[in-house]
Design a protein. Structure first.
Length: 415
């Protein structure tokens, strides 16, 4: 047996392996089974596209064609938007009653973003620090670029592990405000309180909020319950001391880590309304989510892909067997011997066609042979539509998960 002291020293000096890192990610991001589907939350569940500047490898990957699931809750005439990042043990379906109540209390638009590995992204992508930052930054840029909301009209809201991506964004951009609930100084520091110093030696640092909070320049509200046994309130106290912006710390005595924040107006509603002066600015033309983002994201993906091909001048159609089968060759055909040449006026595109050498021209027989070969190739490749053209039948099984079916909504507190 290896002495415990030697094992401790070896663990302290060992480099974390990728397998260990993946294992730790599964512990940090214990995604629940999806609690909602594509038919849930009609008029609220939307899919924003991956940003080419943020996720260039996902933009062209059809596995991510549906986009990032989000919940959009508009407030009448509200100019500002709250970008909400939920905790690590819930998905959008579980936090929907909370964000809807927050919209009603604060009279602000709310965009809640889903994490890779959670909800409708379950099994599509895996959760990690980089993945959470990626979707948060994509949603943030969507608010700026698509919804046309100014920086100062955006409030970032992070709960528990959601404090990581929100502090990351607030340290880089001049947003209007930051709300942190049950935040941690870092994942490693939070792990020490649960599993001790020994195991944390092999942990890579994740979400170093304590190192970034000093770069936050917007008004920041810290809320941490004194009875929080998962992340001690000392984490928020340390973050509060390091924060150099206008700030406020609330530590409700009876609040735990997963306490519903709207069970008592003093937990969140009253401090946030007073600290940020909510609901804030109003306007006659508030941010509106385009209707196309409530539809099938895959169709939007195919349209963007076709548009990019057109912009790049893609001429890859020659490689498709359907190209010649449709009778659309790019090369001109050579007139048969003995046929009378018909004179016609010269057009501006003739100069481009004249650049094709005669030895590359396609005869009528060659074209016919290519069409037959293309048809055979299409059948061998089992191109959809050749085997059967039977009509599609709708079984009428449209299931609408309406908001009224949610019975976990907390009571609305008067403030």
């Amino acid at each position: 047996l290896i002495p415990f002291g030697v094992l401790t020293a070896a663990a302290a000096c060992a480099e974390p392996r990728p397998s260990m890192s993946s294992f730790i990610d599964k512990l940090v991001f214990p995604a629940p089974s999806p609690t909602y589907g594509k038919d849930a939350f009609k008029k609220h569940l939307c899919f924003i596209p991956w940003n080419e500047a943020v996720s260039p490898e996902r933009v062209e990957d059809e596995r991510y064609a549906d986009g990032i699931p989000c919940i959009w809750l508009p407030a009448p005439r509200a100019a500002g938007v709250i970008l909400f990042c939920h905790g690590n043990a819930e998905d959008l379906g579980m936090c929907f009653p909370f964000v809807r109540h927050m919209r009603d209390q604060f009279k602000m638009n709310v965009l809640a973003v889903e994490y890779p590995g959670y909800g409708l992204l379950h099994g599509v992508a895996t959760s990690s620090e980089a993945a959470l930052k990626e979707v948060a930054l994509t949603a943030f840029r969507f608010i700026l670029d698509e919804l046309k909301v100014a920086y100062e009209q955006i409030i970032l809201f992070g709960r528990s592990v959601g404090s990581g991506p929100t502090v990351y964004l607030a340290s880089r951009f001049p947003v209007g405000g930051l709300i942190l609930v049950a935040a941690f100084a870092s994942v490693r520091e939070a792990a020490k309180a649960l599993i001790g110093n020994f195991v944390t030696h092999v942990l890579d640092e994740r979400f170093p909020n304590i190192a970034l909070i000093g770069n936050v320049s917007c008004p920041t509200l810290f809320i941490h319950g004194e009875k929080d046994s998962l992340v001690p309130p000392s984490h928020s106290i340390a973050l509060f001391k390091q924060c150099r912006a206008r700030k406020l710390l609330i530590t409700p005595p009876g609040m735990e880590h997963n306490t519903n924040l709207f069970t008592d107006a003093q937990y969140l509603a009253v401090p946030a309304i007073n600290f940020f002066g909510l609901p804030g600015y109003q306007q006659d033309s508030p941010p509106t989510m385009p209707s196309r983002y409530f539809e099938d994201g895959r169709q939007e993906f195919l349209m963007r892909k076709a548009s990019r091909r057109k912009q790049k001048g893609d001429t890859s159609t020659d490689s498709s067997p359907w190209f010649y089968f449709c009778g659309c060759p790019t090369s001109r055909t050579r007139p048969k011997d003995g046929m009378q040449h018909i004179d016609r006026p010269n057009y501006e595109w003739d100069s481009e066609r004249s650049a094709i050498p005669e030895d590359q021209a396609i005869t009528a027989s060659e074209l016919s042979a290519r069409r037959n070969n293309a048809l055979d190739a299409a059948v061998e490749q089992k191109v959809p539509g050749l085997d059967s053209l039977g009509g599609w039948q709708d079984d009428g099984g449209v299931h609408d998960f309406r908001e009224e079916e949610i019975h976990t909504e907390p009571p609305i507190m008067k403030t």
